[in-house]
Design a protein around this ligand. Structure first.
Ligand code: UDP
Length: 480
């Protein structure tokens, strides 16, 4: 498996592999083994190391040699083209690792991330299955699969810098239309930019792979999953085979950072009283927004547990670079003293899975990254949707308008696509709405229903377990 750089993406890879190996560790004498080939640029993060050091015996990992960008004129700073470049620079060592592995064992498949999809031509070289583990939802995958067509249709001449999109866009398998501002942010960059081109390239490559593995389940996104499967048949049976095997989430945090403090603090709070706030493994917000959230939490009077990072104007700035500053210094003066009995603020990282599983957690203010949302739904915790980048705005629409497991802060300027700050009053309002109102109760009830459906999907005869079995069967047939 070739995850892409950035440890948030590592978690679904590891969890998928663990579950696969748990259910299919011995198929008529065939023992599967997973090796993670991890591209690096500089030293790997402590969270990534913690995750990899906790692998079970039938999995291992190799850090590919750290690549250098010293010879690259103007290396990209945006995480997506940067991840793509790191992967491309790692291809020689990846090929070397595969050669070495193939001399010791029978290779069956190469599973890459959407943003390490450039590794997949190597699958052809080694004559094994090329697979993508798509770590976001079927709805966004459905959009990504249609994007190359949109790019073709919505331009009038080759040098046009942006797409001529209508006000709303339909996505196959999704019952609501998406406003243009809610599409993945990568489509809004100029067509000549590396960011746009990286996304378009990855979308085009998706249709060329043998197998797409989806961390979703029928009850959640059945229509979108079917639309992707239908797309395959309508294109003449040449597209990838699709397996939906989710929701697969981590069961415990391998990173111990702040674990004891968070769990002990939650143990002393009333049931379902705490709003947990976290923007994924690398999401960041502006200093002004940190201020407004802080004041809004104070105003709401509700309990909170907040994972805070040094602010940045770039919303995904902590993905590939960890700033050394103390994030607590950016809080409003006196905030920590004034909220001593009301909240806990922890720097950079928290044991999210233990927090969402804790009975005191009542809501999750989340950037709507797919893994975070699946973790919240499985634990029956309703979401305050606060999307930042990538496909998160699409996810927010899905969770709010289609699945009704989330509420959103009122943010009128956002309707104009502006880069607005949500005010303290709006923060307080949405926190109260989710924890106190009938609407909040309804969202909680709906989240519990989906949580039950998620549990069913991964039971022995559940749809997702069947998906995993079919995948194991396909891989086995190739070595029979
Ligand atoms: N996570 C965590 N503690 C943190 C922040 C993130 O355990 O303080 C984990 C979280 O449980 C999830 C992953 O990191 O499994 C974040 O993945 P997601 O898809 O939600 O967001 P991304 O990091 O890809 O933006």
């Amino acid at each position: 498996m070739v995850p892409c750089p950035g440890h948030g993406h590592l978690i679904p890879f590891v969890e998928f592999a663990k579950r696969f190996l748990l259910l299919h560790n011995n198929n008529n004498g065939v023992f599967f083994h997973v090796t993670l080939l991890v591209p690096t640029h500089g030293p790997p993060s402590p969270s990534a190391i913690a995750i990899l050091n906790a692998l079970p015996p039938n999995m291992d990992f190799i850090f590919l040699p750290s690549v250098t960008m010293d010879n690259i004129p103007n290396p990209p700073t945006h995480p997506i083209p940067r991840m793509k470049l790191i992967l491309q620079l790692s291809l020689p060592s990846l090929r070397q690792s595969l050669t070495s592995l193939s001399s010791k064992t029978t290779l069956v498949a190469l599973v890459s991330h959407f943003f390490s999809i450039d590794a997949l031509p190597l699958a052809k070289e080694f004559n094994i299955f090329s697979c993508v583990l798509y770590t976001a939802g079927a709805t966004s995958l459905s959009f990504s699969l249609s994007f190359p067509m949109l790019d073709k249709e919505k331009i009038n001449h080759d040098h046009q810098e942006s797409l001529d999109l209508p006000k709303t866009v339909n996505v196959s398998g999704c019952p609501v239309s998406f406003q243009v501002k809610d599409l993945p942010d990568l489509v809004h960059f100029p067509r000549s930019s590396e960011i746009y081109k990286s996304y378009l390239d990855a979308c085009r490559s998706l249709t060329l792979v043998d197998i797409l593995i989806l961390n979703s389940f029928n009850h959640l996104e059945g229509e979108a999953i079917q639309a992707i499967q239908r797309g395959k048949t309508s294109s003449g049976l040449t597209g990838p085979s699709v397996y939906s095997i989710g929701p697969i989430i981590q069961t415990e945090s391998s990173n111990e950072a702040n674990k004891l403090d968070c769990v002990t603090w939650l143990d002393n709070q009333p049931p379902k009283s705490v709003v947990y706030i976290c923007f994924g493994s690398g999401g960041t917000i502006s200093h002004e927004q940190v201020n407004e959230i802080a004041h809004g939490l104070e105003l709401s009077g509700h309990r909170f547990l907040w994972v805070i990072r040094p602010p940045s104007k770039i919303s995904g700035s902590a993905y590939l670079v960890t700033k050394k500053e103390d994030p607590l210094e950016y809080l409003p003066s006196g905030f920590l003293d004034r909220t001593k009995g009301q909240g806990l603020v922890v720097p950079s990282w928290a044991p999210q899975i233990e927090i969402l599983a804790h009975g005191s957690t009542g809501a999750f203010l989340s950037h709507c990254g797919w893994s975070s949302a699946m973790e919240s739904i499985i634990h029956g915790v309703p979401i305050i949707a606060w999307p930042l980048f990538a496909e998160q705005k699409m996810n927010a629409v899905l969770f709010t308008d289609v699945l009704r497991v989330a509420l959103r802060a009122q943010q009128s300027d956002a309707e104009n696509g502006g880069n607005i700050v949500v005010t303290r009053e709006q923060v307080a309002e949405v926190v109260k709405r989710i924890l106190e109102s009938d609407e909040g109760l309804e969202v909680r009830k709906r989240t519990r229903e989906l949580s039950d459906a998620a549990s069913l999907a991964v039971t022995q005869n559940g749809s997702s377990n069947m998906g995993l079995s079919s995948l194991a069967q396909k891989w086995l047939e190739s070595i029979a």
